[in-house]
Design a protein around this ligand. Structure first.
Ligand SMILES: [Zn+2]
Length: 119
């Protein structure tokens, strides 16, 4: 079991899967990040502009830098766009050998394997 997936609503934290209230009373986003870090929680992935990634309207969580999961613990093949930090999805699902990723935000195409080697 990984960290509990949480979402932020009106400066309060809730469990993403059940909607269960976790904690409120945060003065700033920084305080939320701090709490999350110390309580084995995970927050949705956001792009460089601070917008949360959405796949079929659901937030996405990232573990160990490159492993992405949906709220219901389904592993998804995604990569972070090096330009805008947006969500990149596999450009052509029919070509198995290809690992070409296309950013849903800016349209930038990049190779996920290359990204992993660099980081
Ligand atoms: Zn992008």
């Amino acid at each position: 079991m990984g960290p509990t997936k949480a979402i932020i609503k009106d400066q309060a934290l809730y469990e993403a899967s059940t909607g269960k209230f976790i904690k409120d009373g945060f003065a700033s986003r920084h305080e939320i990040d701090d709490y999350v870090k110390h309580h084995y929680l995970a927050l949705p992935v956001i792009d460089n502009a601070g917008n949360a990634w959405q796949l079929d309207g659901k937030p996405i969580y990232c573990y160990r830098g490159s492993q992405y999961e949906t709220v219901d613990d389904r592993r998804v093949h995604l990569a972070r766009c090096p330009d805008c930090g947006g969500m990149g999805i596999r450009a052509d699902e029919f070509v198995v050998e290809s690992d070409c990723i296309r950013c849903t935000q800016c349209g930038h195409e990049f190779d996920a394997r290359l990204e992993m080697m660099e980081t």
